[in-house]
Design a protein around this ligand. Structure first.
Ligand code: MN
Length: 205
């Protein structure tokens, strides 16, 4: 997300009903238009009195929050992370298709996990194993090596490069799945926009 202050809410990539039945319209509405927007608005409010930090990119805020003034440091970390994480989460969703990774990403998945199914199994273990609120990620490092990561609350996996993320905060699934996080994961997985994710697997050597 190449954004700076004032941050704005990216639109959903599809209509509220386009991701059903895996994610229903009510779940998407509350998640995107109530939770995500709250991170955007809170981040803007926190930075409003600080012109020096309004020049920072979203990624810089996520990475260098320790340099911020005491009174906003942790709140900016949490809300900048909330904006960054949700931007990727929603951006990489699309109506269900039977696709998978392509090109260099497909090759890397086969090389490093053995199969797409093995990647899915590892990611699901991370998603179900995250105690409390947080995220499960597929990321790559500066050499292009893939790995699965977990983060708590709104921590990001930066400076690793995230390709996709499963939001396992209860607000992401509870309206539709209640406590059935595994069922949510299985259905969320069907919505991954593999053409977009595959295209994002690039770096400057
Ligand atoms: Mn969320």
């Amino acid at each position: 997300m190449k954004q700076q202050y004032p941050f704005s809410l990216p639109p959903l990539p599809a209509s509220y009903d386009a991701l059903a039945p895996q994610l229903n319209g009510c779940t998407l509405y509350f998640h995107h238009d109530q939770h995500f927007v709250a991170y955007v608005e809170t981040l803007n409010r926190l930075l409003a009195p600080y012109p020096d930090y309004q020049r920072w990119s979203l990624e810089q805020l996520c990475l260098e929050w320790r340099q911020l003034p005491d009174e906003i440091r942790l709140s900016v970390r949490d809300n900048a992370g909330g904006v960054y994480n949700h931007d990727l989460y929603f951006k990489t969703l699309a109506p269900a298709s039977a696709g998978g990774p392509s090109g260099a990403l497909k090759d890397a998945v086969m090389r490093e996990f053995g199969s797409l199914q093995a990647l899915r199994t590892a990611l699901k273990a991370a998603a179900l194993g995250q105690f409390g609120s947080g995220w499960a990620w597929l990321v790559f490092d500066r050499g292009g090596r893939l790995s699965i990561q977990k983060t708590a609350n709104q921590e990001t996996p930066l400076p690793l490069h995230p390709l996709l993320c499963c939001d396992v905060w209860e607000h992401a699934y509870y309206l539709q799945y209640q406590n059935r996080r595994a069922e949510y994961f299985d259905n969320w997985w069907q919505l991954l926009n593999w053409p977009m994710i595959s295209d994002a697997y690039r770096w400057d050597a």
